[in-house]
Design a protein. Structure first.
Length: 625
């Protein structure tokens, strides 16, 4: 059966420009499903609606598309930058993304301070600090810092350093701080130590080791055996780190080697960081939504997301295969680095061997992770069995739906529906509900959310959601609503449980859909028809599962509420500026992507946007400072 787009989509497809730019596929509620860029918007966007599309992911996507927005750009590089900003802003469910969309930890050296501290952070800001990373594990960062601090004692306290304090803290006594607070080292000496730490993190360790060795020998010659022992311990610590580093090439080699592995919809990217000829570290990153994507597309998406927040851009990036937009990404990386950056796909020699080694590591890492997931699945089976027994459910709770409400003082209320299948999150079926009928009423909000959910279930039974007009109006796959949960879990106590019972009764589903609520304070479960609560054993897999489901519903609701509040906040801020109305607000957000980017732009950059005169640009800068 051939696919036929709706009248609305057909009209949009007929009026697409042939210029370069970015397109946003949206559902009927205005949620962004997918963000993409194209050299020719007309050709690219129309390709989603061809009758011979064989990508399951594209088939799923286009069933939900109710609207398409396009933004034209002057260059392909502008399209790339705008696409990255929009993906970061909207987090579309169909785009390839770094798994969990989390910020990875970095080592931060507060170099702009007179006496720089060394800390761990997940957010980079332009404050004159130096950043090293990313690391995929906070534990790995801390392990590295624990060893480095024995060699380069650094500050972690919040003291104002004057050198006049009467006494130092414990860290100086255990030789993990040089004691600048009491003047044991002056500012120049302390900053020299931190500069060496940064050199070491950059891969320049040879001269540091040689310096410590010479100082140790001199101390021994001078019969300062205690001092010589300190230098010896520093050498041991530094060699423990350098033992992991492998000499790869010449001292001017500055590369990231990137490769990946795929298996049954999972994708793992491995990155080798080579600085000054040494392999100073390697990290792996898992990707979401890679089904149906080609290898070059996955690589390209990873590159843009990874280097958008990277602390450092190398001279050379080695890849296992070609990517379509290599020249554009090279230009973007060159601007970030301020010198030339080359993307290569080596065919022979040492560079090819490095890519092969990274590929093998990616395969090994993915295999290990999948084994861990398999072990977790056995825990899921145990959790489901325990939960069925504790709640006396008629069948194992294979499909759990959990609901939560989030708002700020009753405004911008959002309800979340998260789905766990076989004990694991099934994000394709996650849904959010913008609550419309009540304010500052958690019970009323929960009643609306559950009513809308089970109304859609009823519509699927009657066939209404299979009507193309209905699908267009609601942008939903009927299968999402057609399945009843084996356990309906509500975040809350007896009051929320009563609301859920009321809704199920209204749809003649009471008794058919097992129901429970989880109260956070005591982690107790309430079920209909039972006066006392149920306490799951504190270390049981069943408790871990319901807590995880509840926390995920809470996170998903909060995320939706923050997005809704941010949209209203940005609109109200811009609308309050003289000379800026809805039209100019839209133009500005399309050009800069976010309020933060607009705030950082100069008057000249703002006035260069078509439709924004200089006097309005000056008003914008005045109000956003």
């Amino acid at each position: 059966m051939s696919y036929k787009p709706s009248e609305r989509i057909s009209e949009l497809l007929g009026n697409l420009p042939t210029k370069a730019g970015v397109y946003l596929h949206k559902d009927a509620d205005g949620n962004v499903l997918y963000v993409g860029k194209a050299i020719n918007l007309r050709s690219r966007v129309r390709s989603y609606f061809h009758s011979n599309v064989d990508s399951i992911k594209t088939l799923r996507l286009r069933r939900q598309i109710a609207d398409i927005e396009v933004i034209t750009t002057e260059t392909e590089l502008e399209a790339l930058l705008l696409e990255m900003n929009l993906i970061k802003q909207h987090k579309p469910q169909f785009n390839v993304r770094l798994k969990d969309d989390k910020r990875y930890p970095y080592i931060k050296v507060h170099w702009a301070d007179p006496f720089p501290k060394v800390t761990v952070t997940r957010r980079m800001v332009r404050d004159g600090s130096r950043y090293f990373g990313p690391y995929t594990s906070a534990w790995a960062v801390q392990q590295t810092l624990d060893l480095l601090r024995k060699v380069f004692p650094y500050l972690t306290c919040d003291r104002i350093i004057t050198g006049q304090d009467e006494r130092a803290c414990l860290y100086m006594d255990i030789k993990l701080c040089g004691g600048p607070c009491i003047g044991a080292v002056n500012q120049d000496q302390y900053r020299a130590t931190i500069r060496q730490l940064m050199d070491f993190l950059d891969g320049k360790s040879d001269h540091i080791v040689q310096g410590i060795e010479s100082r140790m020998e001199q101390a021994a010659t001078d019969l300062q055996f205690e001092k010589a022992a300190e230098y010896r311990d520093q050498l041991k610590a530094i060699r423990r780190i350098t033992a992991r580093q492998k000499v790869i090439g010449s001292s001017d080699t500055d590369q990231d080697v990137i490769a990946f592995a795929r298996d049954e919809g999972d994708a793992c990217v491995q990155v080798f960081f080579i600085r000054h000829g040494k392999l100073i570290g390697r990290e792996y990153f898992m990707l979401d939504n890679t089904e149906g994507e080609s290898d070059p597309e996955i690589l390209q998406e990873f590159l843009t997301q990874f280097y958008d927040d990277a602390a450092y851009i190398p001279k050379e990036v080695l890849l296992p295969n070609e990517i379509e937009e290599a020249n554009i990404i090279e230009e973007w990386l060159r601007r970030k680095r301020n010198t030339k950056v080359t993307i290569q796909v080596p065919q022979r020699g040492k560079k090819r061997d490095l890519v092969k080694m990274a590929t093998e590591n990616a395969h090994d890492t993915l295999a290990t992770i999948r084994q861990q997931w398999a072990a977790d699945r056995s825990k899921h089976v145990q959790a489901i069995t325990e939960l069925q027994s504790a709640l006396k459910l008629p069948a194992p709770p294979t499909r759990i739906e959990c609901y939560d409400i989030s708002h700020t003082q009753g405004t911008q209320t959002v309800g979340s529906m998260v789905v766990f299948v076989q004990g694991a999150p099934y994000k394709n079926d996650y849904r959010r509900f913008n609550v419309q009928t009540v304010n500052n009423d958690d019970y009323g909000a929960m009643r609306e959310v559950l009513t809308r959910r089970f109304q859609r279930y009823q519509d699927t039974l009657s066939g209404e959601l299979h009507d193309p007009g209905k699908i267009k109006a609601r942008s939903e796959r009927p299968v999402v609503w057609a399945m009843l949960p084996d356990l309906l879990l509500i975040d809350g106590g007896k009051g929320q449980l009563a609301v859920a019972q009321e809704v199920l009764r209204a749809f003649d589903l009471e008794g058919e859909v097992p129901l429970a609520s989880l109260a956070k304070q005591e982690e107790e479960l309430f079920v209909p028809g039972r006066t006392t609560s149920i306490f799951l054993p504190r270390r049981s897999e069943a408790l871990f599962l319901v807590q995880r489901v509840r926390d995920e519903a809470h996170r998903f609701a909060n995320e939706g509420h923050q997005k809704r509040r941010a949209k209203v906040g940005v609109a109200s801020i811009l609308d309050s500026i003289p000379g800026v109305g809805p039209r100019r607000r839209q133009i500005l957000l399309r050009r800069f992507g976010s309020l933060e980017a607009l705030r950082e732009a100069s008057v000249d950059e703002i006035s260069a946007v078509p439709g924004i005169p200089v006097d309005v640009a000056m008003q914008i800068k005045t109000h956003l400072v």
